[in-house]
Ligand binder design. Sequence first.
Ligand code: ATP
Length: 306
Amino acid sequence: MTVIEIAGVSKRYGATVAADDVSLTVEKGEIFGLLGPNGAGKTTLVECVAGLRRPDEGRIRVHGIDPARERARLRQVLGVQLQDGMLPDKLRVGEAVALYRSFYRDGADTGRLLADLGLADKVDAPFEHLSGGQAQRLSIALALVGRPKVAVLDELSTGLDPQGRRQIWELVERIRDTGVTVLLVSHFLDEVHRLCDRVAVLDRGRIIALDTPDGLVAAEGGGQRVRLRVAGALDRDALAALPEVTAVTGEDGETVVAGTGNLMHAVNTELVRQGVTVTELRLEQATLDDAFLALTGRTTQENSDD
Ligand SMILES: Nc1ncnc2c1ncn2[C@@H]1O[C@H](COP(=O)(O)OP(=O)(O)OP(=O)(O)O)[C@@H](O)[C@H]1O
């Protein structure tokens, strides 16, 4: 069942095209990722889904509701994670959750929600005293307090340490397991790889790829690389001619063989045939980072430094 439908959506700010003819659908129970560099248009798109902005063109439906025209109905089915620092410093965790709960006819049990999010002992803590991870968990609690069918989570693990990120990821999986459809905005490749069923990669307002995380990696060129060094001369052309091999590159005496299928075995067999002495041999699986680089021409480092 389609829960979110985005069809031909465009949004401009003056001369900037933030969304350019974007179409996608999100199915019930999916964790769907929007991945892209800074300024790619991710936030603009989710703000349109959340009814906070009106697209210039195109159609959006969330559970059949037009977000731009039916904000009150939308609020009953869609929960949106607040961005950093959007709560008053002195507001206590329990007060914030109770306030947000009061917006809904059929909201969550706030005590249970806080316990589920590991915030039970922070009920009386003011927002300004929360750690980064606790503040993130509170923002997720506020997105879920209306027991939404759809949760929009934006840059959910920014600023968290590795342990905090893992905890948040487990939490998102638990949310999905309760039947909530999740639209997740991220520019972290490891995050979308771990969590998402499907990912749309956005760049300059356009969808440049839409697939499962593994599908994106595979499309990048099969997903494997063998790095090797040998003593003496290596016939790279013979390696390149192997059916499993898509490319052979190399510098500083290292040879990098990219390919598909049983690449390691094929390369090994060829090295034995050539009778060369191998001094180093290592298999790397391509990651979503490689796919991102191949798709956008930018590394994730350039991405976050944008
Ligand atoms: N209110 C606004 N007025 C003018 N331009 C805007 C506005 N909001 C966003 N933009 C521009 O639209 C483009 C898309 O921005 P958007 O925030 O949607 O991207 P994003 O992918 O969410 O980026 P980030 O990862 O940095 O949050 C950018 O070029 C941005 O500068």
